[in-house]
Design a protein around this ligand. Structure first.
Ligand code: NAG
Ligand code: NAG
Ligand code: NAG
Length: 611
């Protein structure tokens, strides 16, 4: 604490001295008069600490980084630098420590103090613009004062930015931090030499890394040195990123683009792939087989010129050779991974191994991957998503994206970043979704039709909204690109109806139309693959139990009245699958009893938490 105060004192003294001496004070005034026309000056509110960074500038490390830049460009010295969010004392010190660089101060009017992360990342937006087009809060753009002649400086070799790193809570979901990084990126993209981007030098407490999908680790000039990162970004990539909305307050692609063929591919299609993952248990293998079938059926219905893309299934050591063979037969290229444990998860928790999803970033033979959870049914070509940058996804709840459909750009150093922070980043639900939302807090919103949740929320306007959602799921031909089967999965039900109806907790996920669609894709698979979608005896017992309870409660939807004709009711999964004696199956037959033991289906609370 004493140390912090001391630093503050020194900083304050520095500011005071430099205020007296600073040649830029005149331009300060100029800027003030320029920008104050009618706009309240929130920038200099005395209590506004949002942009204040308490990281101590490590001058030897800055000098080292500058040598890397200047050495490359000018044979030492002479680099033009824009300084963003350095206080006056630090600007002064920069000029003292690095006298051969030409350092100019970048000005950034602060975002309105009423702009919150929730404004940038609202839970719901009017995607289809039925009432009005969604808008984003305004984040002011940077400007640069000149050293002497009052002209804006046109060209820089380096944009240096100092970032705040909030203590506690989520340091990455911070308006000021995002604003400063976007401003630095904009300067770098527009003020570099000869169309190239300027270098970006980021000073931030080391635990708070720069936005990984804006300043990409592959663009690092040298490995991070203490609190100093140095990037040489690609100008085109930066400009593309900066053209995106600042948050999920607007769609990152127009709603209508979902219906268009994917033109002007960012990469040759052989560098693009679909991917899924199976870890910890084989229960989702059936889902992955049907997902593959649905991807191929949807692609065939798309533009004839649409190239075929690879499909890659990451599988961990718990997935048997027999299941791997089936995945290959369904069209997946099977890739073995070592599963990744979340050290904060309880042993045997449903999400203990969910960090395995990080291996997606190891698929570096592809520039872009569209990831799909195994419980998705693809109904229309997903190709338009390949035009989107990392991480593009649909909204989940609050400010978060759903990690069931994600556009990612595989990269070894991003994989390392994800693995390196497992111990220090907290995931709100212990799953990969919470973790990825901390790392990729700057995510880009896809239309909800790209990952349509089979979920009907209760509420005020609940019934109307639910009806609209049911209409989307039932639409013929399909309108949603992919349906996400949250709740009990279709292959855990008898095929006759969606078994989510029979349980009060799961009814919010029930849709007979979506259920029927999934079974249509299932039925289009070869019989041998359908054999991976059988029910085990415990699950059958559970389904019968739930139907009996629903009957006893006289639930008004009446699904419990429907006779079960699903032929799987009479097939013993174990005997059909692993060649065990059918007798073993009979022994395990459990009639009309609710049994514990099946990891996925015994706890409905788990399924719901999970969502
Ligand atoms: C913040 O306040 C300004 C000025 O009062 C207003 O125009 C703007 O809409 C507000 N923004 C948000 C996100 O509430
Ligand atoms: C964790 O993985 C399981 C098994 O693949 C999956 O059902 C679940 O959706 C994941 N949960 C989270 C929170 O990511
Ligand atoms: C079950 O509910 C229906 C209305 O949905 C009602 O007509 C019927 O009497 C109820 N039966 C029992 C046994 O409560």
């Amino acid at each position: 604490m004493l140390y912090v105060k001391l630093v503050l004192l020194i900083l304050m003294c520095g500011s005071f001295v430099s205020l007296l001496n600073s040649p830029s004070i005149h331009h300060d005034d100029e800027h003030l008069t320029q920008s104050s026309a009618g706009v309240p000056r929130v920038s200099y509110e005395p209590d506004d600490t949002r942009y204040v960074s308490d990281v101590t500038v490590d001058w030897p490390k800055i000098s080292k980084a500058m040598q890397l830049v200047a050495g490359a460009e000018h044979g030492g010295g002479g680099a033009r630098v824009a300084l963003l969010n350095f206080d006056d004392g630090e600007v002064q010190q920069w000029r003292t420590v690095l006298p051969r660089t030409a350092a100019a101060v970048a000005r950034l009017e602060r975002a309105g103090s009423n702009v919150t992360w929730e404004h940038l990342y609202p839970e719901w937006i009017d995607e289809e613009e039925l009432y009005h087009a969604p808008t984003c809060p305004d984040l002011p753009e940077p400007a640069v004062d000149a050293d002497g002649d009052g002209e804006e400086v046109a060209v820089f070799d380096v944009v240096a930015v100092k970032l705040p790193c909030r203590r506690g809570g989520s340091w990455s979901k911070d308006v000021a931090r995002l604003h400063l990084q976007l401003a630095a990126a904009r300067l770098a993209a527009t003020r570099g030499r000869g169309g190239a981007a300027a270098h970006v030098l980021v000073v931030s407490a080391s635990r708070c890394f720069p936005i990984p999908n804006l300043f990409r680790c592959r663009d690092e000039v040298a490995p991070r040195d203490g609190d100093v990162w140095l990037y040489r970004p690609d100008a085109d990539a930066l400009r593309r990123d900066l053209a995106l909305p600042v948050g999920s307050c607007r769609l990152a692609m127009p709603f209508s683009a979902l219906a268009e063929p994917h033109v002007a591919p960012a990469a040759p299609p052989q560098r693009e792939a679909y991917a899924t993952i199976l870890h910890s248990e084989e229960l989702y293998a059936c889902g992955a087989l049907v997902a593959a079938q649905s991807i191929r059926m949807a692609s065939a219905s798309g533009a004839p010129s649409e190239p075929e893309r690879d499909m890659v299934a990451l599988v961990d050591e718990t997935i048997s050779a027999r299941h791997r063979g089936a995945l290959e037969a369904a069209g997946w290229k099977v890739r073995a991974i070592r599963r990744v444990r979340n050290p904060r998860a309880a042993a045997d928790a449903y999400n203990e191994w969910n960090y395995s999803k990080f291996w997606l970033w190891s698929l570096t033979e592809y520039d872009r991957v569209v990831f799909l959870d195994a419980d998705l049914l693809v109904q229309r070509p997903m190709a338009p998503l390949f035009a989107m940058p990392e991480v593009s996804a649909t909204a989940n709840h609050g400010t978060l994206f759903n990690s069931g459909v994600m556009v990612v750009e595989p990269c070894g150093c991003t994989l390392r970043l994800l693995m390196d922070h497992i111990a220090d980043i907290d995931s709100y639900n212990g799953g990969d979704q919470g973790y990825l939302n901390e790392v990729f807090s700057w995510w880009h919103r896809l239309p909800s039709h790209a990952n349509y949740m089979k979920h009907f929320w209760e509420g005020d306007s609940g019934e109307r909204l639910a009806a609209a959602r049911r209409a989307v799921l039932a639409a013929e031909p399909a309108v949603a690109l992919a349906v996400h089967f949250v709740g009990m999965k279709p292959w855990f039900c008898f095929r006759d109806y969606d078994c989510n109806w029979n349980s009060p907790q799961l009814r919010q996920f029930a849709s007979d139309e979506a259920h029927a669609r999934w079974w249509r894709a299932h039925d289009a698979m070869p019989a041998a693959l359908q054999g991976f979608c059988l029910l085990d005896e415990r699950q059958k017992a559970l389904l019968r139990w739930d139907a009996a309870e629903a009957r006893a409660a006289n639930f008004s939807d009446g699904h419990w009245r429907l006779p079960i004709a699903d032929p799987r009711r009479n097939i013993c999964a174990t005997a059909a699958g692993d060649g065990e004696a059918a007798a073993a199956c009979v022994e395990r037959e459990i009639k009309n009893r609710r049994v514990e033991g099946n990891r996925v289906t015994t706890s409905y609370a788990k399924l719901i938490d999970n969502f």
